[in-house]
Design a binder for this molecule. Structure first.
Ligand code: TZP
Ligand code: MG
Length: 201
């Protein structure tokens, strides 16, 4: 699996930001919004799905199984506190993607076989985007988890272009970012730089 640049939305994300990430070549989009209601997330996912489909890019919903199912999104991404991956896998049904956040080797060892398509390994660095994040792994710690993973992995948490060569060498399927795109003055251009850096690393 090659994803390249996986854009994870900030809370209250404007659709235009997702359009920009798609225009810049993002390979996967995750709709993550800790503040929105389920109904708002379903509505936004339904608006974004045709854009993602036109770009042949999967749209994944963070945390909320019901939103993923009601919107017809391509999958779900859950954290360690969001339920049993095997149950989520069964509830999602065949053909939908399931992602899981992994912060430690113990969590990776506890991951049920066959349930998860992709892990998000992190945080690589401390980040203000997720105030309750676990201890940062650093590039070496992230690389060790990526090497041990039975499924493809993306690295997340304060990731920037400077991290890309080491993460690609570690065997990542891609990098997952919020701020590197969302906080950039030109999000489409920032995505393009990340994609190109990934491609040539
Ligand atoms: N999970 C671990 S770190 C993180 C998430 C959702 C936030 C990543 O955001 P940023 O701005 O790319 O550091
Ligand atoms: Mg979660």
């Amino acid at each position: 699996m090659s994803i390249g640049v996986y854009f994870v939305t900030p809370d209250g994300c404007d659709d235009a930001l997702v359009r920009a990430a798609l225009a810049g070549g993002a390979g996967m989009i995750q709709l993550r919004d800790k503040a929105a209601t389920d109904a708002e997330m379903v509505a936004q996912a339904r608006r974004l799905l045709p854009l993602c489909r036109a770009a042949a890019v999967p749209l994944i919903v963070n945390d909320r199984l019901e939103v993923a199912l009601a919107s017809g999104a391509d999958g779900l991404h859950i954290g360690q506190g969001d339920g049993d991956p095997a149950q989520m896998r069964a509830a999602l049904g065949p053909g939908r993607h399931l992602g899981l956040s992994i912060e430690t080797a113990a969590q990776l060892d506890a991951m049920p076989a066959g349930a998860v398509d992709l892990i998000g390994v992190g945080p690589v660095h401390a980040t203000a985007t997720k105030p309750d994040h676990a201890a940062p792994l650093g590039l070496d710690g992230a690389a060790r988890l990526i090497a041990r993973s039975p499924v493809p992995a993306v690295a997340i948490g304060g990731v920037s272009t400077a991290d890309i060569p080491a993460l690609k060498r570690a065997g990542c399927a891609g990098i997952a970012v919020v701020s590197a795109i969302a906080a950039a003055p030109d999000p489409a251009a920032a995505t393009r730089v990340l994609v190109e850096t990934w491609r040539t690393a």
